[in-house]
Design a protein around this ligand. Structure first.
Ligand code: AR6
Length: 178
């Protein structure tokens, strides 16, 4: 059987899955990093959908997620989640990061998505330590997959070699403990 979670190195805007996840900010109005790359590659339809969400609910809180079209991207949807800014662990950042993965997966399920790709949320501009983030992302995804058979495949798309190394090591470790 194919593994339901896979770690790859690359650019998430190129990945053809039902939904890709964006590491956004609470304004949902775009930014740098993977957020900038997704809006650039997906075109203005994504921002137009984000504006509608902002008009309705006023943005997105840390640890929460919203869903939009993927515009010109090969994916069908973009799920925008807001990771925590790292404050040395003093503001429940670990719980908030886990929540990003769980809330995104719940939205994927409620929209009938079977395949989903995540970037390493919060490990860029928001400075979450990459080793801790790898542990949290993989344990959150594995726990969710255990209870939710409708998701067939989760890809963790690492942009940089350091995240890729931490994530592959962490996946091996957590699979051995299962
Ligand atoms: N594909 C996959 N991963 C990527 C890509 C890409 N094309 N580009 C960057 N990454 P970041 P954050 C990786 O900074 O830390 C934005 O301005 C990157 O190497 O994008 O959650 C938002 O608007 C890193 O490992 O997001 C927010 O203001 C990971 O994606 C803020 O940044 C996340 O880095 C969010 O900060």
């Amino acid at each position: 059987m194919q593994a339901r979670i896979e770690i790859l190195q690359g650019d998430i805007t190129k990945v053809k899955v039902d939904a890709i996840v964006n590491a956004a900010n609470s304004s949902l109005m775009g930014g740098g990093g993977v957020d900038g790359a997704i809006h650039r590659a997906g075109g203005p339809a994504i921002l137009a959908d984000c504006r509608k969400i902002v008009a309705k609910q006023g943005g997105c809180k840390t640890g929460q997620a919203v869903i939009t079209t993927a515009g010109d991207l090969p994916a069908s949807y973009v799920i925008h989640t807001v990771g925590p800014v790292w404050h040395k662990g003093s503001q429940e950042e670990e719980i908030k990061l886990a929540s990003c993965y769980i809330e995104s997966l719940k939205l994927a399920v409620s929209h009938g998505c079977k395949t989903i790709a995540f970037p390493n949320i919060s490990t860029g501009i928001y400075h979450f330590p990459k080793d801790k983030a790898a542990q949290i992302s993989i344990s959150s995804i594995l726990n969710f997959l255990d209870k939710q058979p409708s998701i067939e495949r989760v890809l963790l798309i690492c942009f940089d070699a350091e995240n890729y190394a931490y994530c592959t090591k962490e996946l091996k470790k957590q699979e051995q403990n299962n």
